[in-house]
Design a binder for this molecule. Structure first.
Ligand code: MF3
Ligand code: CO
Ligand code: CO
Length: 294
């Protein structure tokens, strides 16, 4: 989800208008309520819907790895993803979303997120994030992971490892009573301790019967700040971590975000639901291959 720098601010407000309108309709059908911060709360059976959608998205990522190699184009990878989405009986959430035309975002090397699949061929040593969101029986499953074309160099491997572990630091902070600031802090603290930086311009988001809903899940922050987590909240955590500086730049295609300093960037994303004890991860890899090297 895009977080407003000045350029994006107008867009964001318009978007929020839309989201709250759709959320209102959804609430009548499904929600079991809403917090004072306007975050939807879902029921135990809603968790099942999210597990199905999340599992399908994760399964597609499990199956796409064998198509990632030097010489392959990201357009071809996206085509295969689109086919797989159809085969599972799900729908792509991204095709037609704000004019986006593809079943995935594929972000190579210094692309931070929302990379558009293209005919450009992957080179040996390229690292890429593949982000897939499906809609199944009305539920959204949103997940992304890192892949490697060919051989992985040590610097890229360390970036990928730290980004993966940062996501799990965030997930470990998820339980009723903690705050969204606690999640952001856990991620930021870990990333900066490893002398890397957290992207500020994009964040995780609520999801469920809609793609993007409140809250904005920041990947940086201070403990005890922000809204409190409650059982029944659904949201993504999707930290983007840079080897260099955190600043991003939007390319003229209106989607592709890159690091300003052109240094490498990585991202992992899970969709989770808050339980009484902690959380359930909806997008766990069925084959347990969420990380490219283990
Ligand atoms: N899946 C992305 C996210 O994590 C959103 C992609 S929107 C698209 O929020 F239109 F760029 F595909
Ligand atoms: Co997301
Ligand atoms: Co995503």
């Amino acid at each position: 989800l895009v977080l407003g720098n000045l350029l994006n601010l107008k867009f964001d407000l318009v978007n929020f208008g839309k989201i709250s309108y759709r959320k209102f309709e959804v609430k009548k059908i499904n929600g079991v309520g809403q917090t004072k911060d306007g975050i939807d709360l879902y029921s135990k059976t809603d968790f099942l819907g999210m597990h199905k959608a999340g599992m399908l998205a994760a399964q597609i990522l499990d199956e796409i790895g064998e198509f990632v190699y030097p010489g392959q184009s990201t357009e071809k990878i996206d085509e295969i993803i689109e086919d797989k989405v159809k085969q599972t009986g799900a729908k792509s959430a991204t095709i037609g979303y704000r004019g986006y035309k593809h079943a995935s975002c594929i972000s190579v090397n210094h692309v931070v997120c929302h990379g558009i699949p293209s005919d450009k061929k992957l080179k040996d040593g390229d690292i890429l994030n593949i982000d897939v969101t499906v809609i199944y029986e009305g539920w959204y499953g949103d997940t992304s992971r890192m892949f490697v074309a060919g051989s992985l160099n040590r610097k890229a491997e360390r970036l990928i490892q730290v980004t993966h572990d940062a996501l799990f630091k965030g997930i470990e902070a998820v339980k009723p009573g903690s705050t969204f600031g606690d999640i952001g802090y856990a991620i930021q603290e870990f990333v900066e301790k490893n002398r890397m930086s957290v992207v500020r311009d994009f964040c995780g988001h609520g999801l469920g019967r809609v793609f993007h809903a409140p809250p904005n899940v920041l990947h940086y922050g201070r403990p005890g700040t922000g809204a409190q987590l409650e059982e029944g909240m659904f949201f993504t955590i999707e930290p983007m971590v840079n080897l260099g500086r955190p600043e991003t730049k939007l390319l003229s295609d209106g989607w592709t975000a890159v690091t300003r300093d052109k240094a490498l960037s990585a991202q992992f994303e899970h969709s989770v639901g808050v339980t009484s004890q902690g959380c359930e991860i909806f997008t766990l890899s069925p084959k347990n291959i969420f990380h490219p090297t283990y």
